[in-house]
Design a protein around this ligand. Structure first.
Ligand SMILES: *Cc1c(COP(=O)(O)O)cnc(C)c1O
Length: 471
Protein backbone atom coordinates (compact mmCIF):
# COMPACT_ATOMS: atom_id res chain seq x y z
CA UNK A 1 0.00 0.00 0.00
CA UNK A 2 1.27 3.51 -0.74
CA UNK A 3 2.23 5.82 2.14
CA UNK A 4 -0.74 8.06 1.35
CA UNK A 5 -3.22 5.21 1.26
CA UNK A 6 -2.06 3.79 4.57
CA UNK A 7 -2.05 7.23 6.20
CA UNK A 8 -5.56 8.01 5.01
CA UNK A 9 -6.77 4.56 6.05
CA UNK A 10 -5.33 5.09 9.50
CA UNK A 11 -7.17 8.44 9.80
CA UNK A 12 -10.39 6.79 8.61
CA UNK A 13 -9.93 3.93 11.08
CA UNK A 14 -9.44 6.35 13.96
CA UNK A 15 -12.42 8.46 12.88
CA UNK A 16 -14.72 5.45 12.59
CA UNK A 17 -13.48 4.17 15.95
CA UNK A 18 -14.44 7.44 17.61
CA UNK A 19 -17.87 7.41 16.02
CA UNK A 20 -18.66 3.74 16.62
CA UNK A 21 -17.37 3.29 20.13
CA UNK A 22 -20.26 3.76 22.53
CA UNK A 23 -18.78 6.28 24.90
CA UNK A 24 -18.67 5.32 28.56
CA UNK A 25 -19.41 8.96 29.38
CA UNK A 26 -21.27 11.56 27.37
CA UNK A 27 -19.06 14.37 28.62
CA UNK A 28 -15.31 14.73 28.00
CA UNK A 29 -12.86 13.38 30.59
CA UNK A 30 -10.51 16.26 29.84
CA UNK A 31 -11.38 19.88 30.35
CA UNK A 32 -9.40 22.63 28.63
CA UNK A 33 -6.58 22.57 31.17
CA UNK A 34 -6.14 18.79 30.93
CA UNK A 35 -6.23 18.98 27.13
CA UNK A 36 -3.65 21.73 27.21
CA UNK A 37 -1.41 19.58 29.39
CA UNK A 38 -1.77 16.68 26.95
CA UNK A 39 -0.48 18.80 24.06
CA UNK A 40 1.90 21.10 25.86
CA UNK A 41 5.47 20.64 24.61
CA UNK A 42 8.01 22.91 22.95
CA UNK A 43 7.94 23.17 19.15
CA UNK A 44 9.71 19.98 18.04
CA UNK A 45 13.03 20.51 16.27
CA UNK A 46 12.83 17.28 14.33
CA UNK A 47 9.71 16.11 12.54
CA UNK A 48 7.82 12.89 13.17
CA UNK A 49 6.40 10.04 11.13
CA UNK A 50 3.10 10.93 9.39
CA UNK A 51 1.02 8.07 10.81
CA UNK A 52 2.53 8.54 14.27
CA UNK A 53 1.50 12.21 14.24
CA UNK A 54 -2.07 11.31 13.37
CA UNK A 55 -2.24 8.55 16.00
CA UNK A 56 -0.88 10.89 18.63
CA UNK A 57 -3.38 13.57 17.64
CA UNK A 58 -6.25 11.12 18.12
CA UNK A 59 -4.87 9.79 21.42
CA UNK A 60 -4.29 13.21 22.93
CA UNK A 61 -7.44 14.87 21.57
CA UNK A 62 -10.06 12.20 22.28
CA UNK A 63 -10.34 12.64 26.06
CA UNK A 64 -11.10 16.30 25.40
CA UNK A 65 -13.71 15.73 22.68
CA UNK A 66 -17.38 16.30 23.34
CA UNK A 67 -19.66 13.59 22.05
CA UNK A 68 -21.53 16.13 19.92
CA UNK A 69 -21.96 13.49 17.24
CA UNK A 70 -24.02 11.27 19.56
CA UNK A 71 -27.77 11.03 20.20
CA UNK A 72 -27.75 12.44 23.72
CA UNK A 73 -25.96 15.71 23.17
CA UNK A 74 -28.39 18.56 23.87
CA UNK A 75 -25.96 21.41 24.51
CA UNK A 76 -26.12 24.77 22.71
CA UNK A 77 -27.58 24.15 19.22
CA UNK A 78 -25.15 21.71 17.64
CA UNK A 79 -25.68 19.43 14.67
CA UNK A 80 -24.52 15.84 14.50
CA UNK A 81 -21.82 15.92 11.77
CA UNK A 82 -23.54 13.25 9.71
CA UNK A 83 -21.18 10.54 8.34
CA UNK A 84 -22.02 11.40 4.73
CA UNK A 85 -21.10 15.04 5.30
CA UNK A 86 -17.93 13.94 7.08
CA UNK A 87 -16.93 11.64 4.22
CA UNK A 88 -17.55 14.44 1.71
CA UNK A 89 -15.43 16.69 3.91
CA UNK A 90 -12.61 14.09 3.95
CA UNK A 91 -12.62 14.27 0.16
CA UNK A 92 -12.82 18.07 0.24
CA UNK A 93 -9.67 18.16 2.36
CA UNK A 94 -7.92 15.55 0.25
CA UNK A 95 -8.75 17.40 -2.96
CA UNK A 96 -7.37 20.62 -1.50
CA UNK A 97 -9.40 22.89 -3.77
CA UNK A 98 -9.41 26.63 -3.23
CA UNK A 99 -13.07 27.43 -3.75
CA UNK A 100 -12.49 31.14 -4.40
CA UNK A 101 -13.27 31.10 -8.08
CA UNK A 102 -14.53 28.84 -10.83
CA UNK A 103 -11.22 28.71 -12.72
CA UNK A 104 -9.17 27.57 -9.71
CA UNK A 105 -11.85 25.10 -8.68
CA UNK A 106 -14.40 24.34 -11.42
CA UNK A 107 -16.06 21.38 -9.67
CA UNK A 108 -16.28 23.20 -6.32
CA UNK A 109 -17.87 26.25 -7.96
CA UNK A 110 -20.28 24.08 -9.96
CA UNK A 111 -21.36 22.06 -6.93
CA UNK A 112 -22.01 25.30 -5.01
CA UNK A 113 -24.22 26.52 -7.86
CA UNK A 114 -26.30 23.35 -7.71
CA UNK A 115 -26.33 23.16 -3.89
CA UNK A 116 -27.43 26.81 -3.79
CA UNK A 117 -30.37 26.02 -6.06
CA UNK A 118 -31.32 23.01 -3.94
CA UNK A 119 -31.09 25.07 -0.73
CA UNK A 120 -33.45 27.74 -2.10
CA UNK A 121 -35.81 24.97 -3.16
CA UNK A 122 -35.90 23.11 0.16
CA UNK A 123 -36.01 26.34 2.19
CA UNK A 124 -38.77 27.72 -0.07
CA UNK A 125 -37.01 31.01 -0.69
CA UNK A 126 -37.16 33.12 -3.87
CA UNK A 127 -35.36 31.27 -6.68
CA UNK A 128 -33.59 34.45 -7.83
CA UNK A 129 -31.72 34.76 -4.52
CA UNK A 130 -27.95 34.29 -4.32
CA UNK A 131 -26.26 32.09 -1.74
CA UNK A 132 -22.86 32.61 -0.13
CA UNK A 133 -21.26 29.55 1.50
CA UNK A 134 -19.77 30.90 4.71
CA UNK A 135 -18.38 29.52 7.99
CA UNK A 136 -21.67 29.70 9.87
CA UNK A 137 -24.62 31.89 10.75
CA UNK A 138 -22.45 34.55 12.39
CA UNK A 139 -20.73 35.32 9.10
CA UNK A 140 -23.97 34.71 7.21
CA UNK A 141 -25.63 37.44 9.29
CA UNK A 142 -22.62 39.68 8.67
CA UNK A 143 -22.71 39.06 4.92
CA UNK A 144 -26.45 39.64 4.58
CA UNK A 145 -26.30 42.78 6.70
CA UNK A 146 -23.39 44.09 4.61
CA UNK A 147 -25.62 43.74 1.54
CA UNK A 148 -28.44 45.45 3.49
CA UNK A 149 -26.21 48.32 4.57
CA UNK A 150 -24.96 48.91 1.02
CA UNK A 151 -28.41 48.77 -0.52
CA UNK A 152 -30.33 51.01 1.92
CA UNK A 153 -27.58 53.63 1.62
CA UNK A 154 -27.39 53.30 -2.15
CA UNK A 155 -31.11 54.06 -2.29
CA UNK A 156 -30.36 57.20 -0.24
CA UNK A 157 -27.71 58.21 -2.77
CA UNK A 158 -24.64 57.03 -0.85
CA UNK A 159 -22.10 54.39 -1.98
CA UNK A 160 -21.06 52.84 1.34
CA UNK A 161 -18.98 50.08 -0.26
CA UNK A 162 -16.73 52.69 -1.85
CA UNK A 163 -16.96 55.60 0.57
CA UNK A 164 -17.52 53.92 3.91
CA UNK A 165 -19.81 55.29 6.58
CA UNK A 166 -18.27 58.67 7.41
CA UNK A 167 -20.74 61.27 6.21
CA UNK A 168 -23.34 58.69 5.23
CA UNK A 169 -27.04 59.13 6.03
CA UNK A 170 -27.94 57.46 9.32
CA UNK A 171 -29.41 53.98 9.21
CA UNK A 172 -32.13 53.00 11.66
CA UNK A 173 -31.52 49.44 12.82
CA UNK A 174 -34.47 47.64 14.42
CA UNK A 175 -33.90 44.37 16.24
CA UNK A 176 -35.75 42.15 18.72
CA UNK A 177 -34.59 42.18 22.31
CA UNK A 178 -33.96 38.41 22.19
CA UNK A 179 -31.88 38.33 19.01
CA UNK A 180 -28.78 36.11 19.06
CA UNK A 181 -25.61 37.76 20.36
CA UNK A 182 -23.78 37.08 17.11
CA UNK A 183 -26.16 39.39 15.23
CA UNK A 184 -25.00 42.21 17.49
CA UNK A 185 -21.42 41.18 16.64
CA UNK A 186 -22.25 41.42 12.94
CA UNK A 187 -23.61 44.95 13.49
CA UNK A 188 -20.42 45.79 15.36
CA UNK A 189 -18.21 44.55 12.49
CA UNK A 190 -20.24 46.60 10.02
CA UNK A 191 -19.80 49.91 11.81
CA UNK A 192 -23.49 49.95 12.72
CA UNK A 193 -22.70 49.43 16.39
CA UNK A 194 -24.10 46.77 18.70
CA UNK A 195 -25.66 49.36 20.99
CA UNK A 196 -26.71 51.88 18.34
CA UNK A 197 -29.90 49.95 17.58
CA UNK A 198 -33.56 50.15 18.50
CA UNK A 199 -34.25 47.05 20.58
CA UNK A 200 -37.87 45.99 20.32
CA UNK A 201 -39.66 44.39 23.26
CA UNK A 202 -40.52 40.72 22.96
CA UNK A 203 -43.10 38.31 24.36
CA UNK A 204 -42.34 35.32 26.64
CA UNK A 205 -41.26 33.27 23.60
CA UNK A 206 -38.78 35.97 22.55
CA UNK A 207 -40.92 37.16 19.62
CA UNK A 208 -41.05 40.83 18.63
CA UNK A 209 -44.20 42.62 19.77
CA UNK A 210 -45.85 43.78 16.50
CA UNK A 211 -47.41 46.84 18.15
CA UNK A 212 -43.99 47.93 19.46
CA UNK A 213 -42.54 47.55 15.98
CA UNK A 214 -45.32 49.74 14.60
CA UNK A 215 -44.56 52.43 17.19
CA UNK A 216 -40.82 52.28 16.53
CA UNK A 217 -41.36 52.43 12.79
CA UNK A 218 -43.76 55.40 12.75
CA UNK A 219 -41.11 58.16 12.97
CA UNK A 220 -38.61 56.39 10.65
CA UNK A 221 -38.11 58.05 7.28
CA UNK A 222 -34.56 57.34 6.06
CA UNK A 223 -32.58 54.14 5.47
CA UNK A 224 -33.75 51.30 7.71
CA UNK A 225 -32.72 47.70 8.38
CA UNK A 226 -34.95 45.40 10.44
CA UNK A 227 -33.63 42.14 11.86
CA UNK A 228 -36.16 39.41 12.56
CA UNK A 229 -35.64 35.91 13.86
CA UNK A 230 -36.68 32.36 13.00
CA UNK A 231 -35.84 30.17 15.97
CA UNK A 232 -34.89 31.90 19.21
CA UNK A 233 -31.92 30.13 20.80
CA UNK A 234 -33.76 29.34 24.06
CA UNK A 235 -37.41 29.05 23.13
CA UNK A 236 -37.33 28.22 19.40
CA UNK A 237 -39.73 31.18 18.92
CA UNK A 238 -40.40 32.70 15.49
CA UNK A 239 -41.26 36.32 14.82
CA UNK A 240 -44.64 36.81 13.18
CA UNK A 241 -43.43 37.49 9.65
CA UNK A 242 -46.94 37.87 8.20
CA UNK A 243 -47.69 40.72 10.59
CA UNK A 244 -44.24 42.32 10.73
CA UNK A 245 -42.91 42.36 7.18
CA UNK A 246 -45.59 44.39 5.28
CA UNK A 247 -45.20 47.48 7.50
CA UNK A 248 -41.43 47.30 7.14
CA UNK A 249 -41.72 46.99 3.38
CA UNK A 250 -43.95 50.05 3.25
CA UNK A 251 -41.15 52.02 4.91
CA UNK A 252 -38.63 50.71 2.39
CA UNK A 253 -36.76 48.84 5.12
CA UNK A 254 -34.44 45.93 4.32
CA UNK A 255 -35.76 42.93 6.24
CA UNK A 256 -33.18 40.40 7.36
CA UNK A 257 -33.98 37.12 9.13
CA UNK A 258 -31.59 35.23 11.38
CA UNK A 259 -32.73 31.64 10.91
CA UNK A 260 -29.59 29.81 11.98
CA UNK A 261 -31.58 26.69 12.74
CA UNK A 262 -35.23 27.83 12.56
CA UNK A 263 -35.17 28.50 8.82
CA UNK A 264 -35.21 24.73 8.37
CA UNK A 265 -38.83 24.64 9.57
CA UNK A 266 -39.48 25.62 5.94
CA UNK A 267 -38.40 22.11 4.89
CA UNK A 268 -41.16 20.37 6.86
CA UNK A 269 -44.87 20.40 6.07
CA UNK A 270 -45.56 19.95 9.77
CA UNK A 271 -43.52 22.97 10.88
CA UNK A 272 -43.50 25.43 7.99
CA UNK A 273 -46.54 27.18 9.49
CA UNK A 274 -44.10 28.62 12.07
CA UNK A 275 -42.14 30.47 9.40
CA UNK A 276 -45.13 31.55 7.29
CA UNK A 277 -44.39 34.72 5.34
CA UNK A 278 -40.62 34.45 5.79
CA UNK A 279 -40.03 34.42 2.02
CA UNK A 280 -41.08 38.10 1.90
CA UNK A 281 -37.82 39.15 3.60
CA UNK A 282 -34.75 40.44 1.74
CA UNK A 283 -32.09 38.19 3.27
CA UNK A 284 -31.78 35.12 5.43
CA UNK A 285 -28.90 33.65 7.41
CA UNK A 286 -28.78 29.95 8.23
CA UNK A 287 -26.44 27.13 9.13
CA UNK A 288 -25.57 23.83 7.49
CA UNK A 289 -23.72 22.63 10.57
CA UNK A 290 -26.78 22.77 12.79
CA UNK A 291 -29.90 21.18 11.36
CA UNK A 292 -28.55 19.98 8.02
CA UNK A 293 -25.91 17.99 9.97
CA UNK A 294 -22.94 18.96 7.80
CA UNK A 295 -19.65 19.02 9.68
CA UNK A 296 -18.43 22.39 10.94
CA UNK A 297 -17.86 24.97 9.35
CA UNK A 298 -20.83 25.58 7.12
CA UNK A 299 -23.42 28.33 6.86
CA UNK A 300 -25.37 30.13 4.14
CA UNK A 301 -25.89 33.83 3.48
CA UNK A 302 -28.96 34.14 1.25
CA UNK A 303 -29.86 37.45 -0.40
CA UNK A 304 -32.85 38.12 -2.65
CA UNK A 305 -31.11 40.97 -4.49
CA UNK A 306 -28.12 39.25 -6.04
CA UNK A 307 -26.55 42.51 -7.16
CA UNK A 308 -26.66 43.97 -3.64
CA UNK A 309 -25.07 40.74 -2.36
CA UNK A 310 -22.32 40.86 -4.97
CA UNK A 311 -21.66 44.58 -4.55
CA UNK A 312 -21.08 44.08 -0.83
CA UNK A 313 -18.71 41.11 -1.20
CA UNK A 314 -16.96 41.14 -4.57
CA UNK A 315 -13.20 41.15 -4.43
CA UNK A 316 -12.11 42.69 -7.70
CA UNK A 317 -8.49 42.31 -8.71
CA UNK A 318 -6.91 42.28 -12.13
CA UNK A 319 -5.31 38.86 -11.67
CA UNK A 320 -8.63 37.29 -10.76
CA UNK A 321 -10.65 35.94 -13.67
CA UNK A 322 -14.09 37.55 -13.90
CA UNK A 323 -17.01 35.21 -14.11
CA UNK A 324 -18.66 35.35 -17.50
CA UNK A 325 -22.42 35.77 -17.72
CA UNK A 326 -24.07 32.65 -16.37
CA UNK A 327 -20.99 31.66 -14.38
CA UNK A 328 -20.79 31.98 -10.64
CA UNK A 329 -17.71 32.78 -8.60
CA UNK A 330 -18.09 31.56 -5.01
CA UNK A 331 -15.98 34.45 -3.67
CA UNK A 332 -18.50 37.02 -4.94
CA UNK A 333 -20.89 36.12 -2.16
CA UNK A 334 -18.63 35.74 0.90
CA UNK A 335 -16.04 37.85 2.71
CA UNK A 336 -13.11 35.50 1.99
CA UNK A 337 -11.20 34.80 -1.21
CA UNK A 338 -9.29 31.57 -0.51
CA UNK A 339 -11.39 29.07 1.35
CA UNK A 340 -12.58 25.52 1.80
CA UNK A 341 -14.94 24.08 -0.79
CA UNK A 342 -17.93 24.00 1.56
CA UNK A 343 -20.36 23.13 -1.19
CA UNK A 344 -19.28 19.48 -1.36
CA UNK A 345 -20.52 18.54 2.14
CA UNK A 346 -23.73 20.53 1.60
CA UNK A 347 -24.35 18.79 -1.71
CA UNK A 348 -23.67 15.38 -0.15
CA UNK A 349 -26.14 15.96 2.71
CA UNK A 350 -28.89 17.25 0.42
CA UNK A 351 -28.31 14.38 -2.00
CA UNK A 352 -28.24 11.75 0.76
CA UNK A 353 -31.32 12.92 2.65
CA UNK A 354 -33.37 14.35 -0.19
CA UNK A 355 -36.45 16.45 0.38
CA UNK A 356 -38.22 13.68 2.30
CA UNK A 357 -35.24 12.81 4.46
CA UNK A 358 -34.73 16.41 5.52
CA UNK A 359 -38.41 16.79 6.43
CA UNK A 360 -38.20 13.54 8.42
CA UNK A 361 -35.07 14.79 10.21
CA UNK A 362 -36.75 18.05 11.27
CA UNK A 363 -39.89 16.18 12.32
CA UNK A 364 -37.95 13.62 14.37
CA UNK A 365 -35.99 16.28 16.27
CA UNK A 366 -39.16 18.23 17.05
CA UNK A 367 -41.06 15.09 18.07
CA UNK A 368 -38.20 14.12 20.41
CA UNK A 369 -38.17 17.59 21.94
CA UNK A 370 -41.91 17.33 22.60
CA UNK A 371 -41.50 13.87 24.11
CA UNK A 372 -38.72 15.10 26.39
CA UNK A 373 -40.99 17.91 27.56
CA UNK A 374 -43.93 15.56 28.15
CA UNK A 375 -41.83 13.23 30.28
CA UNK A 376 -40.14 16.00 32.21
CA UNK A 377 -43.25 17.98 33.06
CA UNK A 378 -44.87 14.96 34.68
CA UNK A 379 -42.24 15.25 37.41
CA UNK A 380 -43.39 17.54 40.24
CA UNK A 381 -40.93 20.42 40.57
CA UNK A 382 -39.94 20.56 36.89
CA UNK A 383 -41.40 23.52 34.99
CA UNK A 384 -41.09 23.85 31.22
CA UNK A 385 -40.87 27.56 30.44
CA UNK A 386 -41.51 27.68 26.69
CA UNK A 387 -44.16 26.39 24.33
CA UNK A 388 -42.52 23.46 22.56
CA UNK A 389 -43.20 24.54 19.00
CA UNK A 390 -39.87 23.37 17.53
CA UNK A 391 -36.74 21.61 18.87
CA UNK A 392 -35.80 23.87 21.80
CA UNK A 393 -36.76 23.38 25.41
CA UNK A 394 -35.96 25.39 28.54
CA UNK A 395 -36.89 24.39 32.04
CA UNK A 396 -36.42 25.25 35.63
CA UNK A 397 -36.17 23.06 38.68
CA UNK A 398 -38.02 23.73 41.93
CA UNK A 399 -39.70 26.78 40.37
CA UNK A 400 -42.21 26.78 43.24
CA UNK A 401 -39.42 27.82 45.62
CA UNK A 402 -38.07 31.39 45.86
CA UNK A 403 -36.18 32.48 42.71
CA UNK A 404 -32.70 32.32 44.22
CA UNK A 405 -33.27 28.83 45.60
CA UNK A 406 -34.69 27.66 42.30
CA UNK A 407 -31.68 29.15 40.50
CA UNK A 408 -29.31 27.28 42.81
CA UNK A 409 -31.16 23.98 42.44
CA UNK A 410 -31.25 24.44 38.67
CA UNK A 411 -27.50 24.99 38.56
CA UNK A 412 -26.83 22.05 40.87
CA UNK A 413 -29.05 19.78 38.79
CA UNK A 414 -27.17 20.79 35.64
CA UNK A 415 -23.89 19.95 37.40
CA UNK A 416 -25.32 16.61 38.53
CA UNK A 417 -26.45 15.81 34.98
CA UNK A 418 -22.87 16.44 33.84
CA UNK A 419 -21.46 14.20 36.60
CA UNK A 420 -23.86 11.41 35.71
CA UNK A 421 -22.66 11.79 32.13
CA UNK A 422 -25.42 9.85 30.37
CA UNK A 423 -26.20 12.98 28.38
CA UNK A 424 -24.85 16.47 27.90
CA UNK A 425 -26.95 19.58 28.39
CA UNK A 426 -26.07 23.09 29.38
CA UNK A 427 -27.42 25.94 31.39
CA UNK A 428 -28.50 29.33 30.14
CA UNK A 429 -30.07 32.48 31.50
CA UNK A 430 -33.63 33.31 30.48
CA UNK A 431 -35.32 36.48 31.74
CA UNK A 432 -32.51 36.76 34.29
CA UNK A 433 -33.02 33.29 35.80
CA UNK A 434 -31.08 30.04 35.47
CA UNK A 435 -32.54 27.43 33.15
CA UNK A 436 -31.56 24.09 31.68
CA UNK A 437 -31.61 24.31 27.91
CA UNK A 438 -32.13 21.28 25.71
CA UNK A 439 -31.70 21.48 21.97
CA UNK A 440 -32.63 18.46 19.88
CA UNK A 441 -30.56 18.94 16.72
CA UNK A 442 -29.03 15.52 16.16
CA UNK A 443 -30.20 13.06 13.51
CA UNK A 444 -29.88 10.15 15.97
CA UNK A 445 -32.05 11.53 18.78
CA UNK A 446 -34.94 9.08 18.50
CA UNK A 447 -37.91 8.76 20.84
CA UNK A 448 -36.02 6.11 22.86
CA UNK A 449 -33.02 8.38 23.31
CA UNK A 450 -35.28 11.25 24.36
CA UNK A 451 -37.00 9.06 26.93
CA UNK A 452 -33.67 7.90 28.32
CA UNK A 453 -32.44 11.46 28.57
CA UNK A 454 -35.63 12.56 30.37
CA UNK A 455 -35.20 9.74 32.91
CA UNK A 456 -31.60 10.79 33.62
CA UNK A 457 -32.61 14.43 34.07
CA UNK A 458 -35.40 13.46 36.47
CA UNK A 459 -33.04 11.21 38.46
CA UNK A 460 -30.48 14.02 38.73
CA UNK A 461 -33.14 16.47 39.92
CA UNK A 462 -34.48 14.00 42.51
CA UNK A 463 -31.03 13.45 43.90
CA UNK A 464 -30.31 17.19 44.10
CA UNK A 465 -33.67 18.07 45.64
CA UNK A 466 -33.34 15.31 48.28
CA UNK A 467 -29.94 16.70 49.21
CA UNK A 468 -31.26 20.26 49.35
CA UNK A 469 -34.21 19.57 51.70
CA UNK A 470 -33.67 21.06 55.13
CA UNK A 471 -32.64 18.25 57.51
C1 LIG B 1 -26.06 29.42 16.30
C2 LIG B 1 -26.76 30.65 16.02
C3 LIG B 1 -26.09 31.75 15.46
C4 LIG B 1 -24.62 31.75 15.20
O1 LIG B 1 -24.30 30.73 14.28
P1 LIG B 1 -22.84 30.12 14.14
O2 LIG B 1 -23.07 28.99 13.24
O3 LIG B 1 -22.44 29.72 15.54
O4 LIG B 1 -21.95 31.16 13.58
C5 LIG B 1 -26.83 32.88 15.16
N1 LIG B 1 -28.15 32.93 15.42
C6 LIG B 1 -28.83 31.89 15.99
C7 LIG B 1 -30.29 32.03 16.22
C8 LIG B 1 -28.15 30.72 16.31
O5 LIG B 1 -28.82 29.70 16.83
Amino acid sequence: MSAIASLFQEAARLAAGFRERAPARHVPRHDYAASLAAFDEPLPAAGADMAEVIRQLATDAEPGLHFTTGPRFFGWVIGGSHPVGVAADFLTSAWGQNAGNHVAAPAAAAVETIAARWLLDILQLPAESSVGFVTGATVANFTCLAAARGEVLRKAGWDADAKGLFGAPEITVLIGDDAHTTVFSALQFLGLGHDRVLRLPTDPMGRIDPAALGDALAPVSGPCIAILQAGQINTGGFDDFIRLIPGLREKGAWVHVDGAFGLWAQASEKFSHLSRGIEAADSWATDGHKWLQTPYDCGYAIVRNELAHRRAMTIAASYLPLAAAGERDPSHYVPELSRRARGFATWAMLKHLGRDGIAALIDQCCASARLLAEHLQREPGITILNEITLNQLILRFAADRPDDESDAITRETIAKIRDDATLFAGGAKWRGRDVLRLSVTNFQTTADEARRAAESIIAAFRSVSNDSRPH
